[in-house]
Design a protein around this ligand. Sequence first.
Ligand SMILES: [Zn+2]
Length: 330
Amino acid sequence: MSENQELNRGKNLAYYCQHFTKLKTSNRLGPNAEYKPILLLSIIDLITQGLINNNQITVSEELRSTFNKHWDILSSGTYEGKDKLYFPFFYLKSEGFWHIEFKNNPLKRPPRSLEKFQDVVDYASLDPELFELLQDQNSRKELIDVLIANWFSANQKDIKELMVINERFQKDNNEEESSINLSNQQKKQPKSYLRKSVVRDGIFRKAVVHTYNYKCAFCGMKVTMSIKQNIVDGAHIKPFARFYDNRIDNGISFCKNHHWAFDKGLFTITDDYKIIVSNNFLEESPNSKPMKEFNSNQLWLPNEKGASHSKQKYFFPIYSLFPVPRSGVP
Ligand SMILES: [Zn+2]
């Protein structure tokens, strides 16, 4: 470990995950005002898209419109937050990892309009350790999952809200797609904000794995950790990159191993929920049941009482990136 790494050891991914669960909210606005998590999610989205590419985050038009878009989709509607980007941008400094550079003298309160705020604030920067972590896809995913799990899905009621949020993302996505189809001008520079949104992916994953009670549909494995993290991923049955379908019916929950195997086409699933395993791979599994022994098994599906939708509504086309031998299909 280098001297630098030694010094920075405290500010690692676990540190920021923990910090993101405990964002301070204003007494006046109430304990659940979502301003700060929505701003952080917006910033992470813009970093992922390469629209924030250095650690001097300005009150830009992109940040304003991304924050507003997320506010429309994610907020509970209890607070007026749209166009109030200056609130979280200013008060996030109380968290210690967000540092504001003012153009002149530092202010104690934010001016009450975005234009005035832009006049006094030069930029904000994240802790360099946090900005560095946000350049990594896996760390971003983990930080997004922590924000969503803590701020938008903490209890059963919030999970229902999450389903609604997922539908709103899908609806906006469909509208965006039709506007892209309508206009050649937009085709040249497609406004594909929602398709690229890592926040949308996070909401979809969370809603899917909750529907499956955090179990792998292939092997039934369930492992959960204290900060609401678990071993399963919400995956798309029909790949999102081709079908843009983020409805829960197009989601399935797999543990890390079986998610990877599904994406690589090592098994597929039939429309009557059976697993068909490919013969085209080698497997050694001395301490657990080999994948090939799951051939012809039924998938583990959410029970109808717990699920937000009935089993009959599932649609499982036989799909895989590499076609599996069809001889085994019943
Ligand atoms: Zn599994």
